[in-house]
Ligand binder design. Structure first.
Ligand code: ADP
Ligand code: MG
Length: 229
């Protein structure tokens, strides 16, 4: 469902003609329903790669195919639809709205497109997912009343509310302790299976990465199967 062909990314900096080349020649194919970890030290380009896959950023070279469609050739409206409907994002910081309840936060992505799921369907799905992640007694709580791990569970549910086909998780446990991290990892694996959502997770933690079906390492702008250089 996702294919990257010779993807490169460099950042220009003023007065620097060469620029910073973060990704050099990334080729990657991910089939539907799989789970993949992208590992590498801080600064190796994990977020840059996820942002390109998630259509939040454009590559400097190469192509990204989503279901065979070249992202560079799509109109902005189609890109926005893919970003909102087909892709779910979980970041290191949950970015929940502090003044809204857990339930309201989860429903935010459904507001842009009410034709996809009706308000009633959205609410039923939200409550069902929140139940499954152990938050059924917290629907009306505000994020400030939850633990870090609970907040990140809310962020995971919000990312899945529109039934995306691809879930991108960028250091989703980066601000959690070890136990909460392992819980989030197990939750992601469970949802990858039960929701049939393809999962790409970026992390510097090998321990977290090992929960995924495949582990790829970013090194000097290239991507290789971990252990095979
Ligand atoms: N918008 C940007 N402008 C310039 N340089 C950037 C930008 N975003 C990231 N970088 C640089 O690209 C490199 C990779 O960053 P990043 O993708 O965030 O790595 P990681 O997520 O693996 O820590 C770093 O050297 C970072 O400073
Ligand atoms: Mg990062």
């Amino acid at each position: 469902m996702l294919e990257l062909i010779n993807v490169a990314k460099s950042y220009e900096s003023p007065g620097d003609t060469v620029g910073l080349c973060v990704l050099k020649d990334i080729t990657l194919k991910v089939e539907k329903g799989r789970s993949v970890a992208i590992v590498g030290p801080s600064g190796s380009g994990k977020s840059t790669l996820l942002n390109i896959i998630g259509t939040l950023d454009r590559p400097s070279g190469g192509r990204v195919l989503f279901d065979g469609k070249d992202l560079a050739k799509l109109a902005d409206s189609e890109l926005a639809r893919i970003r909102n409907r087909e892709i779910g994002f979980v970041f290191q910081l949950h970015h929940l709205l502090p003044q809204c309840t857990v339930l309201e936060n989860v429903l935010v992505p459904t507001l842009a497109d009410k034709k996809h799921l009706s308000p009633k369907e959205s609410e039923e799905r939200a409550i069902n997912l929140l139940q499954r992640v152990g938050l059924k007694d917290h629907l009306l709580h505000r994020p400030g009343e939850l633990s870090g791990g609970q907040r990140q569970r809310v962020a995971v549910v919000r990312a899945l509310i529109n039934r995306p086909r691809l879930l991108l998780a960028d250091e989703p446990t980066g601000s959690l302790d070890e136990r909460a991290s392992q819980n989030i990892a197990e939750l992601l694996v469970e949802l990858n299976r039960s929701e049939q959502v393809t999962l790409i997770l970026a992390t510097h933690s090998m321990k977290l990465a090992e929960n995924m079906g495949r582990v790829l390492e970013l090194n000097n702008g290239g991507l290789a199967e971990k252990g095979k250089h």
